[in-house]
Design a protein around this ligand. Structure first.
Ligand code: PLP
Length: 373
Protein backbone atom coordinates (compact mmCIF):
# COMPACT_ATOMS: atom_id res chain seq x y z
CA UNK A 1 0.00 0.00 0.00
CA UNK A 2 1.20 3.54 -0.78
CA UNK A 3 0.43 6.72 1.15
CA UNK A 4 -2.31 9.00 -0.13
CA UNK A 5 -0.14 11.81 -1.43
CA UNK A 6 -1.68 14.98 0.00
CA UNK A 7 1.42 16.51 1.62
CA UNK A 8 4.33 18.19 -0.15
CA UNK A 9 7.26 17.04 1.99
CA UNK A 10 10.90 17.96 2.54
CA UNK A 11 13.44 15.18 2.06
CA UNK A 12 14.39 15.21 5.75
CA UNK A 13 13.42 12.59 8.29
CA UNK A 14 13.79 13.48 11.95
CA UNK A 15 14.45 10.38 14.05
CA UNK A 16 15.34 11.94 17.39
CA UNK A 17 14.67 15.25 19.15
CA UNK A 18 15.64 17.01 22.36
CA UNK A 19 14.51 20.40 23.65
CA UNK A 20 14.56 22.75 20.62
CA UNK A 21 16.69 20.47 18.45
CA UNK A 22 15.65 17.83 15.96
CA UNK A 23 18.13 15.26 14.55
CA UNK A 24 17.96 13.35 11.27
CA UNK A 25 19.21 9.78 10.75
CA UNK A 26 22.73 11.02 9.97
CA UNK A 27 22.85 12.90 13.27
CA UNK A 28 22.51 16.35 11.63
CA UNK A 29 20.98 18.76 14.17
CA UNK A 30 18.24 21.21 13.16
CA UNK A 31 17.15 24.19 15.23
CA UNK A 32 13.40 23.83 15.64
CA UNK A 33 11.68 27.19 15.20
CA UNK A 34 8.54 25.51 13.86
CA UNK A 35 7.68 23.21 16.80
CA UNK A 36 6.11 20.69 14.41
CA UNK A 37 3.49 23.34 13.59
CA UNK A 38 3.22 25.00 17.03
CA UNK A 39 2.73 21.66 18.77
CA UNK A 40 5.92 21.30 20.80
CA UNK A 41 5.45 23.40 23.92
CA UNK A 42 7.67 22.08 26.73
CA UNK A 43 10.38 20.87 24.33
CA UNK A 44 11.01 17.59 22.55
CA UNK A 45 11.46 14.46 24.71
CA UNK A 46 11.23 16.34 28.01
CA UNK A 47 12.32 13.77 30.65
CA UNK A 48 9.38 14.50 33.00
CA UNK A 49 6.95 14.04 30.10
CA UNK A 50 8.63 10.86 28.85
CA UNK A 51 8.52 9.37 32.34
CA UNK A 52 4.88 10.33 32.90
CA UNK A 53 3.75 8.75 29.62
CA UNK A 54 5.90 5.64 30.12
CA UNK A 55 4.58 5.10 33.65
CA UNK A 56 1.00 5.65 32.55
CA UNK A 57 1.35 3.14 29.73
CA UNK A 58 2.57 0.55 32.22
CA UNK A 59 -0.58 1.08 34.36
CA UNK A 60 -3.43 1.64 31.91
CA UNK A 61 -3.32 3.33 28.52
CA UNK A 62 -6.97 3.52 27.65
CA UNK A 63 -10.47 2.89 28.84
CA UNK A 64 -13.71 4.46 27.69
CA UNK A 65 -15.59 7.46 29.11
CA UNK A 66 -18.18 5.06 30.50
CA UNK A 67 -16.08 4.72 33.67
CA UNK A 68 -14.37 7.10 36.10
CA UNK A 69 -11.00 8.54 35.14
CA UNK A 70 -9.65 10.77 37.89
CA UNK A 71 -6.77 11.85 35.64
CA UNK A 72 -9.33 13.97 33.78
CA UNK A 73 -10.33 15.72 37.03
CA UNK A 74 -6.70 16.22 37.99
CA UNK A 75 -5.95 17.76 34.61
CA UNK A 76 -9.07 19.97 34.69
CA UNK A 77 -8.03 21.35 38.07
CA UNK A 78 -4.49 22.08 36.91
CA UNK A 79 -5.69 23.65 33.66
CA UNK A 80 -8.20 25.83 35.51
CA UNK A 81 -5.46 27.22 37.72
CA UNK A 82 -2.88 27.64 34.95
CA UNK A 83 -5.25 29.32 32.50
CA UNK A 84 -7.11 31.60 34.93
CA UNK A 85 -10.42 29.81 34.26
CA UNK A 86 -11.00 27.71 37.42
CA UNK A 87 -14.78 28.22 37.16
CA UNK A 88 -15.05 26.85 33.58
CA UNK A 89 -15.62 23.16 32.70
CA UNK A 90 -13.49 20.98 30.47
CA UNK A 91 -14.47 18.64 27.62
CA UNK A 92 -11.62 16.67 26.07
CA UNK A 93 -11.34 15.47 22.47
CA UNK A 94 -8.49 14.61 20.11
CA UNK A 95 -7.71 17.31 17.54
CA UNK A 96 -8.11 21.04 16.96
CA UNK A 97 -10.85 20.66 14.37
CA UNK A 98 -12.78 18.33 16.65
CA UNK A 99 -12.59 20.86 19.49
CA UNK A 100 -13.98 23.61 17.22
CA UNK A 101 -16.62 21.28 15.81
CA UNK A 102 -17.85 20.57 19.34
CA UNK A 103 -17.69 24.24 20.31
CA UNK A 104 -19.87 25.29 17.36
CA UNK A 105 -22.27 22.47 18.15
CA UNK A 106 -22.48 23.28 21.87
CA UNK A 107 -23.22 26.91 21.03
CA UNK A 108 -26.05 25.81 18.76
CA UNK A 109 -27.45 23.41 21.36
CA UNK A 110 -27.38 26.31 23.82
CA UNK A 111 -29.20 28.99 21.82
CA UNK A 112 -30.95 26.84 19.18
CA UNK A 113 -29.61 29.10 16.42
CA UNK A 114 -27.88 27.96 13.23
CA UNK A 115 -25.75 30.73 11.76
CA UNK A 116 -22.06 31.26 12.47
CA UNK A 117 -19.94 34.37 12.01
CA UNK A 118 -16.25 33.86 11.22
CA UNK A 119 -13.58 36.29 10.03
CA UNK A 120 -11.71 36.75 6.76
CA UNK A 121 -8.56 34.63 6.44
CA UNK A 122 -9.62 32.42 9.34
CA UNK A 123 -8.55 28.80 9.77
CA UNK A 124 -10.47 26.56 12.16
CA UNK A 125 -9.86 23.02 10.87
CA UNK A 126 -11.03 20.54 8.27
CA UNK A 127 -14.09 18.82 9.71
CA UNK A 128 -17.60 19.85 8.66
CA UNK A 129 -18.49 22.96 10.68
CA UNK A 130 -14.84 23.88 11.35
CA UNK A 131 -13.93 23.87 7.66
CA UNK A 132 -17.06 25.79 6.74
CA UNK A 133 -15.92 28.49 9.23
CA UNK A 134 -12.51 28.50 7.53
CA UNK A 135 -12.06 31.24 4.94
CA UNK A 136 -10.43 29.08 2.23
CA UNK A 137 -12.49 27.43 -0.52
CA UNK A 138 -9.70 24.95 -1.29
CA UNK A 139 -10.39 22.99 1.90
CA UNK A 140 -14.17 22.66 1.41
CA UNK A 141 -16.09 19.86 -0.30
CA UNK A 142 -19.69 20.25 -1.50
CA UNK A 143 -20.84 18.22 1.52
CA UNK A 144 -19.65 21.03 3.84
CA UNK A 145 -21.87 23.67 2.25
CA UNK A 146 -24.94 23.22 4.44
CA UNK A 147 -23.68 25.17 7.42
CA UNK A 148 -24.47 28.87 7.14
CA UNK A 149 -21.29 30.83 7.83
CA UNK A 150 -21.01 34.58 7.28
CA UNK A 151 -17.44 35.84 6.80
CA UNK A 152 -16.83 39.39 7.98
CA UNK A 153 -13.76 41.64 8.07
CA UNK A 154 -12.58 42.04 11.66
CA UNK A 155 -11.85 45.74 11.17
CA UNK A 156 -15.51 46.51 10.44
CA UNK A 157 -17.21 46.15 13.79
CA UNK A 158 -20.19 48.15 12.51
CA UNK A 159 -20.96 45.30 10.12
CA UNK A 160 -20.40 42.71 12.84
CA UNK A 161 -22.80 44.59 15.09
CA UNK A 162 -25.42 44.88 12.37
CA UNK A 163 -25.18 41.14 11.66
CA UNK A 164 -25.33 40.04 15.29
CA UNK A 165 -28.21 42.35 16.13
CA UNK A 166 -30.40 40.22 13.81
CA UNK A 167 -30.24 37.86 16.83
CA UNK A 168 -30.11 34.74 14.67
CA UNK A 169 -26.37 34.02 14.85
CA UNK A 170 -25.48 31.12 17.12
CA UNK A 171 -21.78 31.81 17.53
CA UNK A 172 -18.87 33.94 16.50
CA UNK A 173 -15.58 32.07 16.15
CA UNK A 174 -12.26 33.90 16.14
CA UNK A 175 -8.61 32.94 16.55
CA UNK A 176 -6.69 34.44 19.49
CA UNK A 177 -4.08 35.39 16.88
CA UNK A 178 -4.67 34.33 13.27
CA UNK A 179 -2.03 31.73 12.44
CA UNK A 180 -2.47 30.50 8.89
CA UNK A 181 -4.00 33.90 8.08
CA UNK A 182 -0.52 35.43 8.53
CA UNK A 183 -0.03 36.11 12.26
CA UNK A 184 -2.66 38.81 12.50
CA UNK A 185 -3.20 40.05 16.06
CA UNK A 186 -6.74 41.30 16.72
CA UNK A 187 -6.94 44.78 18.18
CA UNK A 188 -7.74 44.35 21.93
CA UNK A 189 -10.28 47.16 21.93
CA UNK A 190 -12.18 45.54 19.02
CA UNK A 191 -12.13 42.18 20.83
CA UNK A 192 -13.64 43.84 23.89
CA UNK A 193 -16.36 45.37 21.73
CA UNK A 194 -17.01 42.05 20.00
CA UNK A 195 -17.35 40.33 23.36
CA UNK A 196 -19.86 42.97 24.47
CA UNK A 197 -21.94 42.69 21.28
CA UNK A 198 -22.02 38.89 21.67
CA UNK A 199 -23.26 39.24 25.23
CA UNK A 200 -25.96 41.75 24.25
CA UNK A 201 -27.27 39.57 21.42
CA UNK A 202 -27.14 36.11 23.03
CA UNK A 203 -24.40 35.07 20.60
CA UNK A 204 -21.78 32.62 21.87
CA UNK A 205 -18.20 33.86 21.56
CA UNK A 206 -15.78 31.03 20.71
CA UNK A 207 -12.08 31.79 21.00
CA UNK A 208 -10.00 29.40 18.92
CA UNK A 209 -6.76 29.28 20.91
CA UNK A 210 -5.60 26.09 19.23
CA UNK A 211 -2.47 27.70 17.85
CA UNK A 212 -2.22 30.92 19.88
CA UNK A 213 -3.02 29.40 23.28
CA UNK A 214 -1.17 27.40 25.88
CA UNK A 215 1.40 30.08 26.62
CA UNK A 216 2.52 30.61 23.04
CA UNK A 217 1.59 34.31 22.99
CA UNK A 218 3.39 35.11 26.26
CA UNK A 219 0.09 34.93 28.16
CA UNK A 220 -1.68 31.62 28.68
CA UNK A 221 -4.27 32.70 26.09
CA UNK A 222 -3.77 35.40 23.47
CA UNK A 223 -7.24 36.84 24.17
CA UNK A 224 -6.05 37.65 27.71
CA UNK A 225 -4.22 40.66 26.20
CA UNK A 226 -7.74 42.09 25.72
CA UNK A 227 -8.97 41.01 29.17
CA UNK A 228 -12.11 39.36 27.77
CA UNK A 229 -13.73 36.14 28.97
CA UNK A 230 -15.13 34.17 26.01
CA UNK A 231 -17.96 31.65 26.38
CA UNK A 232 -15.94 28.76 24.93
CA UNK A 233 -12.18 28.48 24.41
CA UNK A 234 -10.74 25.72 22.24
CA UNK A 235 -7.28 24.26 22.84
CA UNK A 236 -5.05 21.65 21.17
CA UNK A 237 -1.48 21.81 19.78
CA UNK A 238 0.73 22.75 22.79
CA UNK A 239 -1.57 20.95 25.21
CA UNK A 240 -0.02 17.50 24.65
CA UNK A 241 3.46 18.45 23.37
CA UNK A 242 2.86 16.06 20.47
CA UNK A 243 0.39 13.64 22.02
CA UNK A 244 -2.91 14.13 20.12
CA UNK A 245 -5.21 15.76 22.64
CA UNK A 246 -7.54 18.77 22.52
CA UNK A 247 -10.43 20.25 24.39
CA UNK A 248 -12.70 23.11 25.17
CA UNK A 249 -13.07 25.28 28.24
CA UNK A 250 -16.76 25.95 28.76
CA UNK A 251 -18.24 28.87 30.69
CA UNK A 252 -20.56 28.17 33.64
CA UNK A 253 -23.47 29.56 31.59
CA UNK A 254 -23.72 26.21 29.73
CA UNK A 255 -25.73 23.34 31.14
CA UNK A 256 -24.21 19.91 30.54
CA UNK A 257 -26.73 17.46 29.08
CA UNK A 258 -25.94 13.74 29.07
CA UNK A 259 -25.39 12.47 25.55
CA UNK A 260 -25.12 15.86 23.80
CA UNK A 261 -21.36 15.54 23.34
CA UNK A 262 -19.24 12.41 23.33
CA UNK A 263 -16.04 10.78 22.15
CA UNK A 264 -14.37 7.37 22.22
CA UNK A 265 -10.73 8.42 22.53
CA UNK A 266 -11.07 11.91 24.06
CA UNK A 267 -9.58 12.29 27.54
CA UNK A 268 -8.05 8.80 27.58
CA UNK A 269 -5.45 7.91 30.21
CA UNK A 270 -2.41 8.51 28.01
CA UNK A 271 -3.80 11.83 26.74
CA UNK A 272 -4.40 12.96 30.32
CA UNK A 273 -0.93 11.86 31.43
CA UNK A 274 0.56 13.90 28.57
CA UNK A 275 -1.60 16.96 29.30
CA UNK A 276 -0.87 16.82 33.06
CA UNK A 277 2.88 16.51 32.46
CA UNK A 278 2.80 19.47 30.05
CA UNK A 279 0.80 21.59 32.51
CA UNK A 280 3.24 20.72 35.33
CA UNK A 281 6.28 21.64 33.26
CA UNK A 282 4.74 24.88 31.97
CA UNK A 283 4.15 25.89 35.57
CA UNK A 284 7.41 24.75 37.19
CA UNK A 285 9.66 26.01 34.39
CA UNK A 286 7.72 29.31 33.97
CA UNK A 287 7.38 28.71 30.25
CA UNK A 288 4.67 31.33 29.68
CA UNK A 289 7.02 33.98 31.06
CA UNK A 290 9.86 32.53 28.99
CA UNK A 291 7.72 32.80 25.84
CA UNK A 292 7.03 36.46 26.67
CA UNK A 293 10.69 37.30 27.35
CA UNK A 294 12.36 35.43 24.49
CA UNK A 295 9.53 36.42 22.14
CA UNK A 296 9.89 40.13 22.96
CA UNK A 297 13.64 39.87 22.34
CA UNK A 298 13.15 38.13 18.98
CA UNK A 299 10.48 40.58 17.84
CA UNK A 300 12.68 43.55 18.83
CA UNK A 301 15.71 42.19 16.97
CA UNK A 302 13.72 41.19 13.87
CA UNK A 303 12.21 44.67 13.66
CA UNK A 304 15.74 46.08 13.27
CA UNK A 305 16.32 44.18 10.02
CA UNK A 306 16.00 46.57 7.05
CA UNK A 307 15.07 43.72 4.63
CA UNK A 308 11.91 42.91 6.61
CA UNK A 309 8.63 44.61 5.69
CA UNK A 310 6.77 43.92 8.96
CA UNK A 311 7.08 41.83 12.12
CA UNK A 312 3.85 40.83 13.88
CA UNK A 313 2.83 38.71 16.83
CA UNK A 314 3.15 38.20 20.55
CA UNK A 315 5.50 35.93 22.47
CA UNK A 316 6.64 32.96 20.40
CA UNK A 317 4.03 33.33 17.67
CA UNK A 318 5.85 35.61 15.26
CA UNK A 319 5.20 36.53 11.63
CA UNK A 320 7.99 38.06 9.52
CA UNK A 321 6.62 39.54 6.32
CA UNK A 322 8.74 40.33 3.26
CA UNK A 323 7.89 42.28 0.10
CA UNK A 324 9.43 39.46 -2.00
CA UNK A 325 8.48 35.76 -2.00
CA UNK A 326 10.47 33.88 0.68
CA UNK A 327 10.73 30.38 -0.82
CA UNK A 328 14.43 30.60 -1.70
CA UNK A 329 15.27 32.10 1.70
CA UNK A 330 13.32 29.44 3.52
CA UNK A 331 15.01 26.64 1.56
CA UNK A 332 18.44 28.03 2.39
CA UNK A 333 17.47 28.42 6.03
CA UNK A 334 16.39 24.78 6.16
CA UNK A 335 18.93 23.02 3.97
CA UNK A 336 22.02 25.18 4.54
CA UNK A 337 21.48 26.75 7.96
CA UNK A 338 19.52 23.76 9.36
CA UNK A 339 16.63 25.72 10.84
CA UNK A 340 13.00 24.65 10.70
CA UNK A 341 10.48 27.51 10.38
CA UNK A 342 6.86 27.74 9.35
CA UNK A 343 5.50 29.88 6.55
CA UNK A 344 2.15 31.29 5.66
CA UNK A 345 1.32 32.21 2.09
CA UNK A 346 4.31 33.11 -0.06
CA UNK A 347 5.75 36.12 1.78
CA UNK A 348 5.56 35.41 5.52
CA UNK A 349 7.78 33.33 7.83
CA UNK A 350 6.02 31.96 10.88
CA UNK A 351 8.15 31.32 13.98
CA UNK A 352 6.62 28.87 16.44
CA UNK A 353 9.52 27.47 18.50
CA UNK A 354 9.00 25.39 21.65
CA UNK A 355 8.15 27.59 24.64
CA UNK A 356 11.35 26.47 26.37
CA UNK A 357 13.57 28.09 23.72
CA UNK A 358 16.52 29.85 25.36
CA UNK A 359 18.00 33.30 24.69
CA UNK A 360 21.10 31.56 23.29
CA UNK A 361 18.95 29.61 20.84
CA UNK A 362 17.11 32.79 19.89
CA UNK A 363 20.45 34.51 19.18
CA UNK A 364 21.61 31.47 17.21
CA UNK A 365 18.40 31.63 15.17
CA UNK A 366 18.94 35.33 14.43
CA UNK A 367 22.51 34.80 13.32
CA UNK A 368 21.50 31.97 10.94
CA UNK A 369 18.46 33.93 9.72
CA UNK A 370 20.58 36.97 8.85
CA UNK A 371 22.81 34.76 6.66
CA UNK A 372 19.92 33.96 4.31
CA UNK A 373 18.53 37.50 3.93
C1 PLP B 1 -6.25 28.16 14.74
C2 PLP B 1 -6.42 26.72 14.37
N1 PLP B 1 -7.62 26.13 14.56
C3 PLP B 1 -7.82 24.84 14.26
C4 PLP B 1 -6.80 24.06 13.74
C5 PLP B 1 -7.06 22.62 13.40
O1 PLP B 1 -6.37 21.76 14.23
P1 PLP B 1 -6.15 20.22 13.80
O2 PLP B 1 -5.25 20.20 12.62
O3 PLP B 1 -5.56 19.59 15.03
O4 PLP B 1 -7.50 19.67 13.49
C6 PLP B 1 -5.53 24.63 13.52
C7 PLP B 1 -4.44 23.85 12.93
O5 PLP B 1 -3.47 24.34 12.42
C8 PLP B 1 -5.34 25.99 13.84
O6 PLP B 1 -4.16 26.61 13.64
Amino acid sequence: MKLFDVYPRWQIEPVRAQGCKVYDKDGVAYLDFYGGHAVISIGHSHPYYVEALTNQLKCIGFYSNAVLNSLQDEYAEKLGELSGYPDYSLFMVNSGAEANENALKLASFHNSRKKVVAFRNSFHGRTDAAVQATDNKKYKAPINENIDVIFLPFDNLGLVKETLFQEDVSSVIIEGIQGIGGIQVPDPFSLQKLSKICEETGTILILDEIQSGYGRSGKFFAHQYAGIRPDIITIAKGMGNGFPVSGMLISPKFKAVHGQLGTTFGGNHLACAAAIAVADVIKTENLVENAATVGAFLIGELKKLPQVKEVRGHGLMIGIEFTEPIKAMRDRLLFEEKVFTGVTGTHIFRLLPPLCVTMEEAKEFLSRFKKVL
